[in-house]
Design a binder for this molecule. Structure first.
Ligand code: FES
Length: 108
């Protein structure tokens, strides 16, 4: 069974989506019909419309963002925080079962 990722809307509504290992969190969200993720550039770290806030207990378990992601995080529609990541740059592995990410109010 594919790892389940939980997407939490700004109003607190949570949705679990199975995302096969090897896909990005953004791809999983788009395939799973999660409205709060746009993914305009197709996952190339060039649009920042896949911005998510990673739940605190998961932040240390993800690889550090690469420079290209760091730079694009300057252009998120909603405030960038220390929890901010581009979901297209997070590749799902089996260990990510249970990952929780919160969605920003807006991506555009
Ligand atoms: S989909 Fe464009 S930066 Fe992630």
């Amino acid at each position: 069974m594919a790892p389940k990722i939980t997407f939490v809307d700004p109003d607190g509504t949570a949705r679990n989506v199975e995302v096969p290992a090897g896909r990005s969190v953004m791809q999983g969200a788009v395939a799973g019909g999660v409205d709060g993720i746009v993914g305009e550039c197709g996952g190339n770290a060039m649009c920042a419309t896949c911005h998510v806030y990673v739940a605190e207990e998961w932040r240390d378990r993800l690889a550090e963002p690469a420079m290209v992601e760091q730079e694009m995080l300057e252009f998120t529609a909603c405030e960038r925080t220390e929890a901010s990541r581009l979901s297209c740059q997070i590749t799902v592995t089996e260990e990510f079962d249970g990952l929780v990410v919160e969605l920003p109010e807006s991506q555009l």
